[in-house]
Design a protein around this ligand. Structure first.
Ligand SMILES: O=C(O)CCC(=O)C(=O)O
Ligand SMILES: [Fe+2]
Length: 321
């Protein structure tokens, strides 16, 4: 955290005198798109997105120098299977079957990356279908077992990452994941682990994100209190009952997922390949911000659940996509 942000944060939290903010959490009706790295500082991010706990999308200019965007992608914007095979072919990766629901997730198996890429090629040849189902390589801890030198650069906005710093110190685990899969692969409705913030860069392809502000998930529970598995089912995507923020993420773009926001993610274009790193902060102010925001959003969701006026209606996008 730089000095300007620290001074701002200290004064902000001193002003709260240990209380949670009483103001209702502002739920945005659109997701901001940040175009230029040069004119967007850490303080800008802290004040406009991290502290209010709202999502935003960074343009591909923010990840222009990433080695993965150069080496993992062919000149025509597709995953470079040859490069991936040469460098990681024998690495064993976790693979989920998107076509099978197991509680609110999917069953997982493990296989060498070369087997997954064979499946993927065959899936494309068979016009995006396979008797093996729709397999999604997810939660691959590439940084833990291989050198990720030069592939990714930690964006300054997420440089305070207490979750990974903690696990790195113990040398037990990490929360830096790679996702890869053909069109049709998707991640069911969830909120990120330990109420952390997260960010996700799309290396190639296109992703569709559905975001629900903290507390809004209460309106989606079934009669047993269970959360949905798939919010794209017709009963959930009625934007009058369940306000949802929809974001289309293009290649190179980076999505900031605030704490406690439930989301569901679909890979749209032929192939998608993206690393996703879950971040937190060493600064004690971060968790405080997340908790206060989610609490104050709860009354909104109760209103919409009972059929009253929702906090916000309609589906919005980062841009005019
Ligand atoms: O890309 C995906 O399938 C899921 C990503 C996600 O949930 C995340 O980055 O938090
Ligand atoms: Fe997530």
């Amino acid at each position: 955290m730089d000095r300007e942000t620290r001074v701002f944060a200290e004064s902000h939290f001193r002003g709260l005198r240990g209380r949670l903010p009483s103001k209702v959490c502002p739920t945005p009706d659109r997701v901001d798109f940040i175009e230029k790295p040069d004119s967007f500082s850490y303080t800008d991010f802290f004040k406009s997105y991290l502290l209010p706990n709202v999502p935003c999308v960074f343009s591909s200019a923010f990840t222009e120098d990433w080695g993965s965007r150069k080496h993992w992608v062919t000149p025509s914007g597709k995953p470079d299977f040859d490069y991936l095979l040469q460098n990681y072919g024998d690495v064993v990766v976790p693979v989920a079957n998107c076509g099978v629901q197991e509680y609110n997730s999917n069953p997982k198996e493990h296989m060498p990356l070369k087997d997954y890429i064979s499946y993927w090629k065959e899936f494309i040849q068979r016009d995006y279908s396979s008797p093996r189902g729709c397999l999604y390589l997810k939660d691959w801890h590439l940084c833990r077992y291989s050198s990720a030198e030069g592939l990714f650069t930690l964006p300054v906005y997420f440089s305070s990452d207490w979750l990974n710093e903690y696990w790195d110190t113990l040398d037990v685990d990490d929360y830096r994941f790679i996702y890869m899969g053909p069109a049709g692969t998707w991640s069911p409705f969830h909120a990120d682990i330990f109420r952390s913030f997260s960010w996700s860069v799309n290396i190639c392809g296109r992703k569709k994100w559905f975001f629900f502000p903290p507390g809004q998930e209460e309106a989606l529970r079934d009669c047993h209190g269970g959360l949905p598995y798939d919010v794209t089912a017709p009963e959930f995507l009625d934007s009058h009952l369940h306000p949802v923020l929809e974001v289309t993420q293009e290649a190179g773009e980076m999505v900031f997922v605030p704490s406690g926001w439930h989301h569901q993610v679909h890979n749209l274009v032929g192939r998608t390949l993206s690393p996703s790193t879950i971040t937190g902060s060493m600064a004690v102010t971060w968790p405080t911000c997340g908790i206060s925001c989610s609490r104050s959003c709860v009354p909104c969701s109760k209103k919409s659940a009972s059929g009253g006026t929702p906090c916000q209606t309609g589906t919005t996008t980062a841009r005019s996509s």
